[in-house]
Design a protein. Structure first.
Length: 345
């Protein structure tokens, strides 16, 4: 069995590019001068100002978290008591179901139809559930995890307009999409009872420092900031975030490189007629392979490739999410798929 570091890690949707040397040097210099014997500034004013420059929204619109997961936790703590109804599509980000269990909430889901060439979302049924179930929280990851599908802007607006509770648009992978709901907000004012969840873990390549944030209607931001712990973003993370946010164009260029690798991988997979691969606007793609999960788990592990398996249908076969890595890493996946082809001849 290969050690963790030897594996090609394509199972957690991480950014494969390391931070450039000149930014690392700037970070190291800042950390040397960080007073780790002191608590952080509880207002996080400097980070919020950096986010204002990046997104255009006022500092009063932000809730900061130890990763986007903490912002989700705060939303459940503030709005989802026991037996509260939570509405999402299925499958979606696994943390939604986990938090429903933790907070003893009722999880209502609308299934995604997995077709042969694309997946489809029953937006009409979802809107009916918004009206009939009156959920405390509506959670929509767009692009969706694990399908990579970006939801229509008009649908998201209709959900917000019809939802009496809090609507969360989870844009953890939004930077990889052609257009996001956040980008569609021309006035830089958040709709009432709405949160757009963002993270620096994916496109920005900072998964290891754990930083996420929500852009919220000020009333929601105030409610979440009231219940969070006062120093939830540590000094070291805060220092790194402020440095990295100074270089949006550099990370934009790297994002575009990942999109190019993603689209090339999808195109090359078309040569395998037995393989279903779905269009994606994220930094991962979803594959369907008509083979038993146990065999494929062993096969990929023996080839030192870590991928994420999902149970989507009742069939005894495999749904696999592959994160987009370096070109050389995606070539390794293609090589694995080529060898699998012999089983389908």
């Amino acid at each position: 069995m290969s050690s963790f570091k030897q594996m090609i890690r394509l199972d957690k949707n991480e950014n494969p590019f390391s931070i450039p040397d000149f930014i690392q040097k700037e970070i190291f210099s800042a950390l040397v001068h960080t007073e780790i014997n002191r608590y952080p500034d509880a207002s996080y004013g400097e980070i919020k100002e950096s986010l204002r420059i990046l997104t255009g929204f006022s500092p009063k619109n932000y809730i900061l978290g130890n990763g986007g997961d903490e912002v989700l936790w705060l939303l459940f703590a503030a709005y989802a008591g026991p037996n509260a109804t939570i509405l999402s599509f299925s499958p979606s980000f696994s943390e939604y179901a986990h938090l429903c269990k933790v907070f003893h909430a009722r999880h209502v889901t609308v299934p995604i139809d997995m077709g042969d060439k694309d997946c489809s979302f029953d937006t009409g049924l979802f809107l009916e559930k918004v009206k009939s179930e009156r959920p405390a929280l509506v959670l929509i990851d767009s692009p969706n995890n694990p399908t990579g599908k970006n939801l229509p802007q008009q649908f998201l607006r209709e959900v917000i307009e019809n939802n009496e509770g809090i609507t969360v648009i989870d844009e953890a992978y939004g930077e990889f999409a052609q257009k996001t709901f956040l980008q569609s907000l021309q006035t830089k004012e958040m709709p009432p009872n709405t949160v757009i969840l963002k993270t620096l873990s994916k496109a920005w390549g900072l998964a290891g420092i754990r930083f996420g944030y929500g852009i919220c209607d000020p009333t929601v931001a105030h409610a979440l900031n009231t219940i969070k712990s006062p120093f939830n973003v540590n000094q070291l993370t805060a220092a790194i975030v402020q440095i990295v946010l100074k270089y949006p164009q550099l990370f934009e260029n790297r994002k575009m490189e990942l999109i190019k690798i993603r689209d090339s991988f999808i195109d090359q997979c078309s040569r395998f007629p037995w393989l279903k691969i779905y269009p994606s606007e994220a930094n991962f793609v979803l594959l369907h392979i008509p083979e038993e999960k146990k065999f494929l788990q062993r096969f990929f592990e023996e080839n030192n490739v870590a991928v994420k398996f999902f149970k989507i249908s009742h069939e005894d076969d495999s749904w696999i999410r592959v994160s987009i890595g370096l070109s050389s890493e995606m070539e390794k996946v293609l090589d694995c798929l080529s060898r699998l082809s012999k089983r389908f001849e």
